[in-house]
Every structure is written in C-alpha cells, then in structure tokens.
Design a protein around this ligand. Structure first.
Ligand SMILES: Nc1nc2c(ncn2[C@@H]2O[C@H](COP(=O)(O)OP(=O)(O)OP(=O)(O)O)[C@@H](O)[C@H]2O)c(=O)[nH]1
Ligand SMILES: [Mg+2]
Length: 261
C-alpha cells in the first residue's frame, strides 16, 4: 500500500456483481468521484476522505509554487504518466536525441527504486535527476519542488517529468505541470481508459506507443480512442512507435506547438 496517498485503503471501493448489473454501453461508462460505497458501522471512511483531502490540498498548494516557478522561467513542464513499461523513458530518449541540439531539456525521473531511468536520460544527453519514492506510488508537488533545487532547469527550456509507472495515483497529484501526457502501449489493451478513467480525464494528450507491435496484438486503436474520448472529449491523440520512430514527428510537432503557448 502507498504510504502517502492511502490508495490501498480498504474502505474505498465498490463491489458489483456482473450478473446483477444492468447492461450498459461501455462507451458511456461512468465513474465515481469519491468511491467508497461500502458502509461499515463506525463510518471509518469519513476519516480517510478527510485525510486524502488534506494531502491533496497541501499538494495543490505546493503545485501552485512549482507552476509559478515554471511560468516565471518560461519552462514548458510536461508530466508523463503511464502504467509501467509503456515506453515513457524510450520516448524521452528519442526526443532528447532529436531535439537537444535546438532545445534546452531536463528530466525529473520518478521510480520506486533504482537510478536506471535517470542514467538512460543522462546517456541521451540531457541533465536528469532521479526521485525514488520507496513504497510511494506517485510523485507529488513537494518532491518536484525539492528536485528543482538540485536540477538546473534553464530559462526557456523543456522539463519532462516521468512519473512512477502507475495509471492510478499519479492522476490525483498536480505537480505544477503545464500539461499531462498519458502514454499507453498497444500491448496493454484498448480498455485502459475505461478502467482507469481519472488518468485519461486529467490528461491533455494521449500517446499510443508501440505501434510497431500492432500487427501482433489484438489492440483496437479506434476503440481505445473512442473509450478515452468518452472520458475526456478534449483529449488529443498521437499514435507512434518509439522503437521505429514512426509517428515521433507528430509528437515533436505537438511539443513545438506547446513551446509557442
Ligand atoms: N516494440 C516496442 N517496444 C518498445 C517501444 N517503446 C518502448 N519499448 C520497450 O518497452 C520496454 C519498456 O520501455 P521503457 O521506456 O523503459 O518504459 P517506461 O514506461 O519508461 O517504464 P517504467 O519507467 O518502468 O514505467 C523496453 O523494453 C523498451 O525497449 C516501442 O515503440 N515498440
Ligand atoms: Mg521509465
């Protein structure tokens, strides 16, 4: 269980029996803002909700400071979120290779353990700092604020934050980023937007990665987009392969557009 957000708390869930649930159109699947329909005698979930709200309002406060810092320095800060292994670091490695000669780029890496991703980024040619969250399952604004005291983030630069691989908790934590980019890969199944709606609701761009594997997997790209749009009609999409580089130019063009914000 996550130490910081309490996401593993067993007071916060619903149970549905598929045999007794009215049939519903998947594309209009709804989700619950607060969860927690299980009632026990002493209403312990009240405490959990208050604690979460305290954590989140403190986080939002600190995210505001980060955002002001980025705005002052004209830093384009993007928060990359995904389940583990969707290809975030590979996309960043390719992006750094392609853009470092014309852009100042820095990366904050988040993982529970190891320096592996920060080392990969450094090898690609961009300065990087690794945050290890231990048992924590997401980055928060305080960690970013602290990393900013150690990582040199230049005026008019791009700062990528690679969040901990997890489609759940990072959705709740504003880091002060300008935009959030959710990466899914075609090996994960097209139903992810329906199963993890908060992440897709709070993101601005959805990268569908590993397109080179499409001939080998049962991934229905149109359905994935339809599901994600049912959660967030404003969401933009880019389909690419970080391995073959097909579609990467669309990502670079999207970045270029954000730089002109
Ligand atoms: N076939 C294929 N493999 C890819 C692609 N992008 C990444 N991979 C592979 O997917 C695996 C995971 O990639 P990473 O870039 O480490 O993924 P990540 O999202 O950073 O992973 P975590 O940081 O652990 O969450 C690696 O073996 C990559 O080589 C792609 O476009 N196509
Ligand atoms: Mg990574």
């Amino acid at each position: 269980m996550c130490e910081t957000c309490g996401c593993g708390d067993s007071d916060q869930f619903e149970i549905h029996d598929p045999h007794h649930t009215h049939s519903h159109d998947q594309s209009h699947a709804h989700f619950h803002a607060h969860g927690g329909k299980m009632h026990s005698h002493s209403h312990p979930h009240k405490k959990v909700i208050n604690l979460n709200m305290d954590i989140l309002s403190e986080n939002n406060h600190l995210a505001h400071f980060n955002r002001s810092f980025f705005e002052e320095k004209k830093v384009l800060c993007l928060n990359l979120v995904s389940s583990p292994g969707s290809g975030k670091t590979t996309i960043l490695e390719k992006t750094i290779h392609a853009l470092i000669s014309t852009n100042k780029i820095a990366v904050i890496e988040g993982d529970q353990q190891t320096l592996l991703d920060a080392e990969r980024i450094e090898k690609s040619g961009a300065p990087s700092i690794q945050i290890n969250t231990g048992s924590g399952c997401h980055l928060d604004a305080k960690m970013i604020g602290s990393a900013l005291t150690k990582l040199k983030v230049e005026q008019n630069s791009i700062l990528f934050i690679e969040n901990v691989g997890n489609l759940v908790c990072p959705a709740m934590f504003d880091l002060g980023e300008y935009k959030r980019v959710v990466v899914i890969s075609v090996t994960e199944g097209e139903d992810k937007p329906l199963k993890y709606p908060y992440m897709f609701q709070s993101s601005h761009l959805c990268i569908i990665n590993k397109a080179d594997l499409l001939p080998y997997v049962d991934f229905n790209t149109e359905k994935a987009i339809e599901y994600a749009r049912s959660i967030n009609p404003e969401l933009e999409f880019i389909i690419l392969s970080a391995r073959s580089s097909e579609g990467m130019e669309l990502w670079y063009a999207w970045l270029e557009k954000q730089l002109k914000r």
